[in-house]
Design a protein around this ligand. Structure first.
Ligand SMILES: [Zn+2]
Length: 135
């Protein structure tokens, strides 16, 4: 627009950086068919796939995008899952956990060198990366 400084990033119609900001989104499990509504509590990215809260082994995909519901004042119910920014205090423990799990699956001894863990954490958990919590 004339007279306004250019923005580094295009904002959505609602003035956010991400289309899914503060939206309640439907996810469906490809294994057991369970559907779940998950709220994005912030103006951040969300994963297309999450693990199923019911059967635990299934993968839930974000479906029916056109019905994503913009609810910035959403009040989660007890037990409802929602996306938050990955807490800083969990970046290193989550990285160590995934290194141990992957190493075990490959029959290898986990390499938990601190420098390596930090490099992987910086890559996997950038600022604002999504994390799922239960209310
Ligand atoms: Zn399932």
């Amino acid at each position: 627009m004339a007279g306004q400084p250019p923005t580094a990033r295009q904002k959505t119609e609602r003035g956010h950086d991400h289309a899914e900001a503060f939206c309640v989104m439907k996810y469906r499990c490809g294994n057991c068919g369970t559907e779940e509504r998950i709220w994005n509590s912030r103006d951040g990215v969300t994963p297309f796939i999450v693990s199923c809260s019911r059967c635990r082994t299934g993968r839930m995909e974000h479906v029916d995008w056109q019905y994503d519901s913009y609810e910035p004042d959403h009040i989660p119910r007890k037990g409802e899952r929602m996306f938050v920014d990955t807490p800083e205090s969990l970046r290193l423990p989550l990285t160590r956990m995934s290194i141990v799990m992957i190493s075990r699956n490959m029959g290898e001894t986990p390499d938990l060198d601190e420098k390596r863990v930090r490099e992987i954490a910086d890559h996997n958990y950038r600022k604002g990366s999504p994390y799922i919590v239960e209310a």
